[in-house]
Every structure is written in structure tokens, then in C-alpha cells.
Design a protein around this ligand. Structure first.
Ligand SMILES: [Zn+2]
Ligand SMILES: [Zn+2]
Length: 91
């Protein structure tokens, strides 16, 4: 099931953000890599970054604030930096 960005309910968006998953398909939006350092027998897991769009369903996840440029999780209603309303929700 794919949800349009504007239809993501706030409590779902908050939970998805906390869990670092897409609010539509519930898959992780962070990209990890596994590195094996010289002299170590196990690979170390490290988080590289998050993606602006869900790589499983294409839903937009992060967008720069139109006012201050801060990258925000677009499914939460306000910019975490300046409080400007996130535009995508009303689109
Ligand atoms: Zn998704
Ligand atoms: Zn802002």
C-alpha cells in the first residue's frame, strides 16, 4: 500500500520518524554499510545516511525547509529549526 504524502497521519509520521522507517511501507530509510577493519574478525555496522525518498516505495521523506533550509522529515507538520509549516502536508 502506498500512501500519498499528504495523507500520512501525524501519529504514524511520528512513529515512523522515531523508528527511522518510511511511514508508507514501514521500511528503513537509513542506509548502512558494513565495514571490516584490518585486524578485526567482525564487520562493524555503521549508519551512513538517510535518503530523501523512500527507496522501496518512492515516498518523499526529507525536504529542505523553504524558509531556513533545514532538512526536515516532511511528514511532521513543522520545521524543526524555524517552526515554518512543512509545505508538503498542505500540497
Ligand atoms: Zn516507503
Ligand atoms: Zn525552517
Amino acid at each position: 500500500m502506498t500512501i500519498r504524502a499528504g495523507n500520512v497521519r501525524l501519529e504514524i509520521a511520528e512513529k515512523a520518524f522515531d523508528d527511522q522507517v518510511c511511514p508508507s511501507c514501514q521500511k528503513e530509510f537509513i542506509i548502512r554499510s558494513w565495514k571490516q577493519l584490518p585486524g578485526e574478525t567482525k564487520r562493524n555496522l555503521s549508519v551512513i545516511s538517510s535518503t530523501n525518498f523512500c527507496r522501496f516505495c518512492g515516498l518523499m521523506l526529507f525536504q529542505a525547509c523553504g524558509k531556513c533550509g533545514e532538512e526536515n522529515f516532511v511528514h511532521l507538520p513543522f520545521c524543526a529549526s524555524c517552526g515554518e509549516k512543512t509545505e508538503l502536508l498542505s500540497a
